[in-house]
Design a protein around this ligand. Structure first.
Ligand code: SAM
Length: 272
């Protein structure tokens, strides 16, 4: 089985600083390097998950960064579904908050570590994470925290890069990922942490498809499946927290932990 033990340096301090350094360039490079397909992927996540959303019940976007997925939900659902978003990188959240202000979206942007979410057990009907799980130092702990704050019967949606399985597309994509993307990314968003060299390394080392589904099953999630996007360059993983927790499911020790204290919120405080 693929281990999630990171070989690239994913210490929280390094990751936080790295995203802090590229925050001014993050949106531009995301859209430029993906030919704006990243926005289409986020809209797809919203379209696939929104039909089941119940009005008035909150959803959480973890590792929200500059908030594009949270804002996509806001665009789709309006005020009917309260959205909370969190990330541990302050400069990314400042940009998210500015974008929300421009669009008239009221979203609490909570500064917190995904490995110690400052929310109570069984709070959210949907927890999402887009291109974030791969960056968490201990992704298993991150998933456990997301499961903890999910309501019974609630869903987890993970959008993450993968490698296409079709041989030709795979070859072209890997060449782009390994050589072209780091060159352009590092040139434009100069940063001390080689963020755009870290990106391909972290993608290539992260479990994908069935290996990631297996990690979700081990956290007690059910109905797990994946939806390849754009030939498998990105993959949406979906799973559900059982409505009644199965006796055999051994959730990690943090699963019942009380909400965490050390976090700040750019808007209002909620769901603590
Ligand atoms: C590649 S960005 C993705 C941002 C956004 N979700 C998107 O779709 O563009 C990854 C984000 O994960 C955040 N992140 C990484 N590890 C984290 C952790 N342990 N706790 C909270 N945020 C984390 C980073 O600060 C960064 O903003």
């Amino acid at each position: 089985m693929t281990e999630l033990t990171p070989q690239v340096d994913k210490t929280p301090g390094r990751i936080r600083q790295m995203f802090g350094e590229i925050a001014p360039w993050y949106d531009f490079l995301n859209h430029f390097l993906s030919l704006n397909i990243d926005q289409r992927w986020r809209r797809r996540v919203v379209r696939l998950t929104a039909p089941e959303l119940r009005p008035g019940r909150p959803i959480l976007d973890v590792c929200t960064g500059t908030g594009d997925l949270a804002l996509a939900y806001h665009r789709h659902c309006g005020a009917a579904v309260p959205i909370v978003a969190c990330d541990f990188c302050h400069p990314m959240l400042v940009r998210a908050a500015q974008k929300a202000l421009n669009r008239g979206a009221v979203i609490p942007w909570v500064e917190a570590d995904a490995q110690r979410l400052p929310f109570s057990v069984n709070t959210f009907q949907l927890v999402t994470v887009a291109f974030g799980l791969r960056n968490i130092s201990d992704p298993d702990l991150g998933i456990a925290e997301m499961v903890r704050v999910l309501q019974p019967g609630g869903r987890l949606a993970i959008l993450e890069f993968a490698t296409p399985r079709m041989p030709l597309l795979r070859r072209v994509y890997l060449a782009y990922l390994r050589y072209i993307l780091p060159l352009i990314g590092q040139c434009l968003a100069r940063n001390r942490h080689a963020a755009y060299r870290y990106l391909p390394e972290s993608v290539l080392q992260f479990p994908e498809y069935d290996a990631l589904l297996e990690r979700l099953r081990r956290q007690g999630l059910v109905e797990e499946r994946y939806v390849p996007l754009s030939g498998g360059i990105a993959v949406l993983y979906l799973a559900r927290k059982p409505a009644v927790s199965a006796a055999h499911v051994q959730l990690p020790s943090q699963a019942d932990a009380a909400p965490v204290q050390s976090c700040s919120t750019i808007c209002s405080d909620v769901y603590h």
